[in-house]
Design a protein around this ligand. Structure first.
Ligand code: MOS
Length: 751
């Protein structure tokens, strides 16, 4: 059996379809008789509707329905994704007259055309009884709370180590609220076929979304079909069922026709999910010779009043080094905003910005080179969980990245490097992301002509899943890559993992491998069965080789076995779950969940590793910051496809430049309202912001995480670059900026 297809830098299987318009995204779907919806949104942040005048909207041309709290059905509550449900916010605007955050939906208008729906929505007038609202982290009177189901972590005696250590750094770091700005907008198309609900919605996990819809509408899960073949940018924002989908499905049922909503970008800021603002207090301490003695991380992040949602990220940041005394406390601060949600490395991007900045400050205080610091503080095992690493390549990444970057040529003193009149800063930081071991299912079909078909409800967010799953099936079945077609993103297929937590490369590859291997086993059995071409041979003695099953001197082409099967094809469906995943959890997959082996139940600890080096150039007068080059070296287990892996990692690094220097959701504290809900005032990194990006991967063999051995690379790319940039800005200017985005005004010269 050929062992060379997995890992090859093959071009994307779906690439041509995507660039020629052949790929049908969820919101490109057209249904017969489809109507169009538009939302009217609240102009205040907290209170109650006292009047809602929909008369003009109802009389406007083309209008079929104006859905408000007066006629919206009262549906069943659903839980959030973290509680085993499928929903984003558990509170749904259109079902009551309450206003709980600025910009929430107060009406959904359905009309013959989108223009008519938007026009009618603009005619809706609301009056409110308003209460004072708070939407800005740090506002007096807000109270942090423990994050439900998330325990504080600690080992050793941090307080004592901090007292006794020779060198220490204590500082506060902050990141602002950030919003998803994928090219593909949010929205959905919902249609009822009798008692069955069919929804096209951009989705990272059609299974959990179907589960959420089934719960909400009190119908069996088999009666819900969710489809999302392609996703135009997910990043976590499309991992959960948003309230607008429920409103559209309710409207479609009331009218008896398919309804489509395309949420304008301005409305998606309030009505979709976001990365919560976070304030982080960090203490780190070392002995005089640079050995890390203590790491203390406390985070407060914003959440809504109705969902006490927080993202764990501190654990990763404190595990990277050999440190005997560590503590992590993560708190949430409920306020009058929508529920936050997943956004690429939800907890890790903030925690790594804070901790990797603090480590750099510690190196400065120690007068120690940051690379040398990593050499003497590399963690031999996961000291916090007291487990061995399943594979561990942090130092390899650091050494290779330092070499590629030319770090040895750095002059350490801040402000000491200049070129052509610009201040030059070199900075570095670790990157890391936990390897979550999800389970997944898929099917593999092979026809007598050698065509192979893979199906799973798992998603390709542009990450390369169509390509990598075809590689896995091709390799296992000994067929050419081009003979494999893959279908994804439909609850009609075997349940794949939710594409969250960078799980797909690991989970779905193992599922497809298992299905392909099961199919080979089935073909062997058919070959040796009485009357079969190899009757009398032991199935176990057969090998798959060059498209034939061989046993001793006898060989039979697969085509012959398949031709004899019903329909001239055979199929196998398989679920893969890690052997340490408890049995009841495995069943959750078939019930619309996306179970992940809880890291505390795993006998080993698994992370993806990386090191980032960046160069910044700063104009000494205008203080504009540029990033002409960055280097990332990552270890992610077995690399399934060097090309798609590089794209993923590069995408994360590019986004991190935006994180470090540009992105910030502006909230008017007085009105508790977002004021830059558009791409002209919410800045994201564009081509002109990005210079040279070098990405390399370090090969890793990891036998614990599953037979394919791939770790996810979806999120790690964003984790190390923002602190590396902050560290480089310090190196260039001597100014330590402890928040993002790092702006011109943060680094103005004194006086
Ligand atoms: Mo990722 S933020 O878990 O989609």
């Amino acid at each position: 059996m050929s062992d060379t297809i997995i890992g090859q830098p093959l071009p994307r299987a779906d690439g041509v379809a995507k660039v020629t318009g052949g790929a049908v995204y969820a919101l490109d779907t057209r249904r017969d008789g489809m109507l169009h919806a538009a939302m009217a949104c609240a102009a205040v942040a907290l209170g109650r509707l006292t009047a809602l005048d929909t008369t003009a909207a109802e009389a406007a041309p083309g209008v079929r329905l104006v859905l408000t709290h007066r006629n919206h059905p009262i549906l069943k509550p659903d839980k959030g994704l973290n509680d085993g449900g499928g929903s984003h916010a558990t509170w749904r605007p259109l079902e009551s007259d309450e206003i709980r955050f600025h910009g929430q939906a107060i009406a959904l208008v359905v009309a013959d055309t989108r223009i008519q729906a938007e026009h009618a929505a603009s005619l809706i007038h609301a009056r409110y009884a308003v209460q004072p609202a708070v939407a800005v982290l740090g506002t007096a009177g807000l109270a942090p709370e423990p994050t439900p189901r998330q325990e504080d972590l600690s080992s050793g005696d941090v307080a004592r180590a901090l007292r006794e250590a020779a060198v220490k750094v204590e500082a506060r770091y902050a990141i602002p609220t950030q919003h998803h700005n994928a090219i593909e907008l949010f929205g959905c198309i919902a249609e009822w076929q009798g008692d069955r609900l069919v929804v096209q919605v951009p989705s990272q996990g059609v299974g959990p979304m179907a589960k959420g819809l089934a719960t909400t509408f009190s119908i069996p899960q088999e009666a819900v079909r969710v489809q999302s073949a392609f996703v135009g940018g997910g990043f976590g924002g499309k991992g959960v069922l948003l309230a607008n989908v429920i409103g559209v499905a309710a409207a479609a049922r009331m009218i008896g026709r398919p309804v489509k909503l395309l949420l304008p970008r301005e409305q998606s800021y309030a009505n979709a999910s976001f990365r919560p603002a976070a304030d982080m207090a960090v203490k780190v301490a070392a002995s005089a010779d640079g050995r890390l003695m203590a790491m203390d991380y406390e985070c407060q992040s914003q959440t809504s009043r109705f969902d006490k949602l927080g993202f764990a990220g501190g654990a990763v940041a404190v595990k990277l080094y050999a440190c005997p005394n560590v503590a992590v406390r993560e708190r949430i601060v409920p306020m009058d905003v929508n529920t936050p949600g997943f956004m690429r490395a939800p907890g890790e991007a903030p925690s790594m910005f804070a901790m990797e900045s603090a480590i750099d400050e510690l190196c400065v205080a120690l007068r120690m080179d940051p690379v040398a610091f990593r050499r003497i503080n590399d963690a031999p095992r996961d000291m916090l969980a007291d487990k061995a690493w399943s594979s561990h390549s942090m130092l390899l990444c650091w050494e290779r990245a330092a070499e590629l970057f030319g770090w040895a040529r750095r002059s350490a003193a801040p402000g000491s490097m200049t070129d052509r009149g610009e201040l030059v800063g070199w900075g570095c930081a670790s990157a890391a992301y936990p390897t979550l071991i999800a389970s997944s299912a898929g099917s593999v079909t092979m026809a007598a002509d050698g065509a192979v078909h893979v199906r799973s409800s798992a998603a390709d967010l542009g990450t390369g899943t169509y390509t990598t799953l075809a590689q896995v099936a091709a390799e296992r079945l000994g067929v050419a890559f081009g003979r494999v077609t893959v279908e994804l993103g439909d609850t009609a297929f075997p349940p794949g993992n939710l594409a969250g937590g960078s799980t797909t490369a690991l989970a779905s590859s193992n599922a497809v491998k298992q299905a392909a291997d099961d199919l080979v086993t089935a073909m062997k059995r058919a070959a040796v069965a009485p009357g079969g071409p190899l009757a009398g041979t032991e199935a176990a003695a057969l090998r798959l080789e060059s498209g034939a099953l061989r046993g001793g001197a006898r060989a039979v082409p697969l085509a012959e076995i398949l031709r004899a099967a019903p329909d001239g094809r055979m199929e196998a469906t398989a679920q893969w779950a890690h052997p340490e995943m408890p049995l009841p959890m495995r069943q959750m997959l078939w019930q619309g969940g996306s179970p992940v082996l809880p890291p505390r139940k795993a006998s080993m600890s698994s992370l993806a590793w990386g090191a980032n080096f960046v160069e910044v150039r700063i104009n000494p007068r205008t203080r504009t910051i540029r990033v002409p080059r960055m280097i990332g070296v990552f270890a992610g287990g077995r690399i399934l496809n060097a090309r798609t892996a590089r794209s993923q990692l590069m995408g994360g690094m590019v986004w991190a430049v935006g994180h470090a220097l540009l992105e910030r959701t502006e909230t008017d504290a007085r009105r508790a309202a977002i004021t830059n809900a558009n791409l002209s005032e919410y800045y994201v990194a564009v081509n002109a912001d990005i210079g040279e990006v070098v990405v390399e991967t370090v090969d890793e063999q990891d036998d614990f995480i599953g037979p394919i051995g791939a770790k996810g690379l979806g999120e790690i790319g964003i984790t190390g670059v923002a602190p590396a940039i902050a560290n480089a800005v310090f190196h260039a200017t001597g100014v330590r900026v402890r928040k993002t985005p790092i702006l011109i005004e943060d680094i103005l010269p004194e006086g």
